[in-house]
Design a protein around this ligand. Structure first.
Ligand SMILES: N[C@@H](CCC(=O)N[C@@H](CS)C(=O)NCC(=O)O)C(=O)O
Length: 205
């Protein structure tokens, strides 16, 4: 069974949602990152970068134990392992990877630093800057979702899963009004209604 090292954060929940959606059996192990749990010598053996999420798959490539970290890479791995949530080749594959990259290099760092520097350390200048850029990115997603049901096109993909837990926090802790983003709200409502997304968002308990 896959072991998922995670915490109650958006980066962790991307992976629990994907595992639920793919119906892959897994065991979630909560790592208390606030208490330094991701920087212990044992955990650094799994993720030398000292962050959640990470997975250990006893049935990895070639049937061997396989360890992976970085949420976007884990999503690609799980999709390729099952042949779902990412087209095997062609335009739909590259569209999904492109939107996944928007999350990994734009939405995720904006929201992460908004939380830690803007809100926890109460740096208002940083909060405003990061919130403004995050809202701009939500506008980019909204525009895309005005043309296709999902970010990569007609099919649900790992790009949608990667963005979902961040958009879930928009109106609450990020302080971003989603009212102007009708397409993003339509997409969010549809995904939020899926059992897999509901279950994945509650991991770890
Ligand atoms: N780029 C990484 C980011 C992971 C990340 O920032 N994880 C945070 C929690 S959301 C963490 O583990 N922080 C603990 C630390 O830095 O000590 C990914 O996508 O996996």
């Amino acid at each position: 069974m896959i072991e998922l090292y995670t915490n109650t954060t958006s980066n962790g929940r991307k992976i629990s949602i994907a595992l639920e959606e793919l119906a892959l059996p897994y065991n979630a192990i909560k790592i208390d990152t606030q208490a330094g749990g991701s920087r212990t010598p044992e955990y650094l053996q799994i993720n030398p970068n000292g962050k959640i999420p990470a997975i250990v798959d006893p049935d990895g490539p070639g049937g061997q134990r396989f360890v992976m970290f970085e949420s976007a890479a884990i999503l690609v791995y799980l999709a390729d392992k099952t042949g779902r949530l990412l087209a095997y080749k062609g335009a739909a594959r590259y569209a999904a990877l492109q939107w996944l990259q928007v999350e990994a290099s734009g939405v995720s760092p904006d929201a992460f630093w908004l939380f830690y520097i803007g809100l926890k350390e109460k740096n208002e200048q940083a909060a405003t800057m990061l919130r403004t850029d995050l809202a701009r990115l939500y506008g980019v997603l909204d525009k895309r979702l005005g043309h296709s049901p999902y970010l990569a096109g007609d099919e649900l993909s790992i790009a949608d899963i990667a963005h979902f837990p961040w958009v879930a926090g928009a109106t609450s802790w990020q302080g971003i009004d989603l009212e102007p983003y009708a397409h993003l709200r339509r997409w969010y409502g549809e995904l939020a209604a899926r059992d897999s997304f509901q279950k994945g968002m509650k991991i770890p308990a």
